[in-house]
Design a binder for this molecule. Structure first.
Ligand code: ADP
Length: 442
């Protein structure tokens, strides 16, 4: 049944909507859509109303009305399914059908029947499905039909006595209201479509502008990554020279240098080591955008076990605990995900309060579209003002005397999660600990 209904809808839509539209649609698309929806509903509904209508007409001896009913239904079928008819002509045929029905109903039933209603409905219908250029044409048809019916009443042309009993004054009083409403609708409804059309146009212009800006940003990002890669790669060589010559200086001339000179060499070596760390972080950051290896199933429980083994000495040294709930197996990229968990837990181990051994808890929540994780610690905490800053490359909240580091870890974590289509954020109270939350799509 469902399949049949789909087939029925598809056949009408193919004939009545067309396919030459921008992806977001335009006013013509929505008018055609409305037209096709109307036919989809009108056909079964007319079938329901036509059967009692025909029976009633036959009982009253109104054979022409019965034939008209059947003919109208066949005409509707042709409008919906007939081959080789343009959408515009289908619409005009539907309008003609509605107006003809209204004129016919007026002629045979008079103002007590649904004729007037059909006349107004025809006008509204036309305003919705035809282009704005037909606006006053529709109201004019109503005027013409009203005048014509005035003549029918005046010259007693209807075969039905009840219709001929209506006086011209009565008809004028009634039809004036209909004409007034038709003209009012002709003024108001097209404005709605004009507004809709402007909104859709502006929306598509905005979309184009947004896409081009996005492309530009992506390109700039790519250039920046390339620059960071080349710069950090090229900086390694001169740095190696500096450290190489420093150690030569110490080895060859160490005996001739005084204590101050040794101290200077020590500082120079320390600076070079820090610079090397920064260069390596920058290199890592610039390469983090590329997820050009395949996804695999990553057992996060195992990943955390490996972490505990790898960091056993620091965990023991700090009397830390790294606890986890049962962690899932996810289908993702192993290396970047490992980097995310390692960086976050390393930070939780590093930024702990004196006399408060780190207590770290890693949890996972299974959502409908995402996996959500959190890494909670009881460390020094972060001021709410710095929640955004800590995710920026090389931004640190502490001097190297307090905590070692380059300020690249969280920037790398954020970049990895962004690239996976996820998000990361922090919740923290100074002096009480932090929770880093992140989610990644499944
Ligand atoms: P790094 O640790 O090398 O400084 P990160 O990018 O990992 O660089 O962190 C940036 C800053 O965020 C750190 O300097 C630190 O001040 C703060 N931070 C990160 N993690 C925590 C944490 N778990 N608790 C408190 N502060 C943190």
């Amino acid at each position: 049944m469902k399949k049949l209904l789909k087939k029925y809808q598809h056949a009408i839509r193919r004939n009545c909507i067309g396919d030459d539209y921008p992806p977001e649609g335009n006013v013509t698309f929505w008018r055609n859509r409305l037209f096709s929806n109307t036919l989809e509903f009108i056909l079964p509904l007319s079938l329901i109303t036509i059967i009692p209508g025909v029976v009633y007409s036959l009982m009253l001896g109104l054979y022409v009305l019965a034939i008209f009913d059947v003919f109208s239904f066949l005409f509707l079928l042709f409008i919906a399914f007939g081959k080789g008819v343009s959408i515009k002509n289908r619409k005009l045929m539907l309008m003609a059908c509605t107006y003809l029905a209204s004129a016919y109903l007026l002629f045979y039933i008079g103002i007590n029947g649904p004729g007037l209603l059909f006349l107004y409905a025809g006008c509204i219908f036309g305003l919705l499905i035809l282009s704005n250029s037909y606006t006053y044409f529709l109201a004019a048809i109503n005027v013409i039909i009203c005048i014509a019916f005035g003549f029918v009443i005046f010259y007693n042309l209807s075969p039905v006595d009840a219709v001929n009993e209506i006086t011209v004054a009565e008809w004028i009083a009634t039809s004036v209201n209909l004409i007034f409403l038709s003209f009012l609708s002709c003024v108001l409804l097209p404005r709605l479509f004009e507004g809709l059309s402007t909104t859709i146009r502006k929306q598509s212009e905005l979309k184009v502008a947004l896409e081009s800006s996005l492309h530009e940003v992506e390109q700039k990002n790519h250039e920046l990554e390339k620059f960071a890669f080349v710069a950090s790669h090229d900086l390694q060589e001169p740095l190696r020279m500096v450290t190489g010559f420093l150690s030569q200086l110490e080895r060859k001339y160490g005996g001739q240098l005084d204590e101050k000179a040794h101290q200077y060499i020590y500082y120079a070596n320390d600076g070079a080591a820090r610079m090397k760390k920064i260069i390596m972080d920058l290199l890592g950051f610039s390469q983090m955008g590329q997820l050009n290896y395949p996804k695999e199933s990553v057992d996060l429980g195992e990943l955390l076990d490996d972490f505990r083994v790898l960091r056993r000495s620091i965990i023991e040294e700090k009397s830390a605990t790294v606890e986890t709930e049962t962690l899932p197996i996810v289908n993702s990229f192993r290396a970047p995900l490992t980097q995310v968990f390692h960086n976050l837990i390393d930070n939780a181990l590093k930024y702990h309060r004196k006399d408060h051994p780190p207590r770290i808890m890693v949890t996972a929540t299974d959502g409908p579209h995402h996996w959500s994780f959190s890494v909670q610690d009881n460390g020094i905490g972060i001021d709410a003002e710095d929640f955004d800053r800590i995710f920026i490359m090389f931004q640190r909240l502490h001097g190297k005397e307090d905590f070692s580091g380059t300020g690249a870890g969280l920037a790398i974590v954020k970049k990895v999660i962004d690239n996976l289509g996820g998000a990361i954020w922090v919740e923290s109270n100074l002096g009480a600990g932090s929770i880093f939350h992140f989610k990644i799509p499944k």
